[in-house]
Design a protein. Structure first.
Length: 276
């Protein structure tokens, strides 16, 4: 039986992030073989992940960032079970590492992102490993991106809410871009403009408006007109360019953009927030 030294345990812990006792047990079981010990710890992680598969991972971090050239931005959401873990520096760093890979490789989907390499394994495998190390269910639940002539990312303090937005031109005050990203975070628009709202959403809003009008005692023939009027209010409140600007409620976001640059508009955005 090989002698398991404290330095070896510390080395394995540094490599895997597992607990000291787990590392010592793995090295003892592997008779000092580091590669085998890493595999043992990975299997332990898989077992823990399986045991916690039915748990709710509703805490976590929502991180957004742009590439250095400002042409691409992404959001990732890494979940855990408790707020305590969500605020842990190593957990946040893990999320940042995944986000960095997303920015570098620009995957087309969440599943493609999970299959990309992180260290000597895939992101999906490392999520399993983290579950074993931390002892909570860990999940990469969300990934979205935007691209454009200019992109910007905003993370609300606390890492529970982030927004990313793309614009059609590159020459304008970057503070304008930051303001629009904050607008999206604060006001949660459903689309850029009226024409971008899905027909299914419009039909649902009209149905709700008609039902409310009838419940208020309005004649059926008036209900349609009332519903259309409410739909216009919905467009004003829920589409980005038609919302009143949060820093100046006398003008819309569209007005704010055209004042900065007459050709400036938003070409895409994403927003994600963890529920309280």
């Amino acid at each position: 039986m090989a002698e398991i030294k404290a330095a070896d345990v510390a080395k394995l812990r540094n490599i895997t992030g597992a607990g000291m006792m787990d590392c010592k047990k793995a090295l003892t079981e592997s008779n000092g073989d580091f590669e085998l010990a890493v595999d043992i710890l990975r299997k332990k992680g898989q077992k823990v992940a399986s045991n916690r598969a039915d748990r709710d991972a509703t805490e976590g971090v929502v991180l957004g960032k742009t590439t250095d050239d400002g042409k691409f931005a992404a959001i990732v959401v890494v979940n855990c079970e408790t707020d305590f873990v969500a605020k842990n520096e190593d957990f946040i760093k893990f999320g940042e590492e995944i986000l960095a890979i997303a920015l570098d490789k620009k995957p087309a989907s969440l599943e493609e992102l999970k299959g990309l390499s992180l260290g000597k394994s895939t992101i999906a495998d490392e999520i399993i490993n983290k579950t074993g190390v931390i002892g909570e269910k860990i999940d990469l639940s969300y990934y979205q991106s935007v691209s454009g002539e200019t992109t910007i990312a905003y993370i609300h303090p606390g890492n529970r809410l982030s927004s990313i937005v793309a614009f059609n031109v590159s020459e304008f005050d970057i503070q304008v871009a930051k303001d629009v990203a904050m607008q999206i975070a604060a006001m949660s628009p459903v689309a850029i403009d009226k024409t971008d709202v899905p027909q299914s959403v419009i039909d649902k809003e009209i149905e709700i408006g008609k039902e409310q009008a009838i419940n208020d005692g309005k004649p059926a023939e008036m209900a349609e007109k009332i519903a259309v009027g409410k739909l216009n209010k919905f467009f004003q409140e829920s589409t980005l360019l038609n919302q009143f600007f949060i820093k100046d409620n006398k003008s819309t976001v569209r007005d704010y953009l055209t004042k900065a640059n007459k050709n400036l508009t938003v070409t895409g955005f994403k927003r994600f927030g963890l529920s309280n």
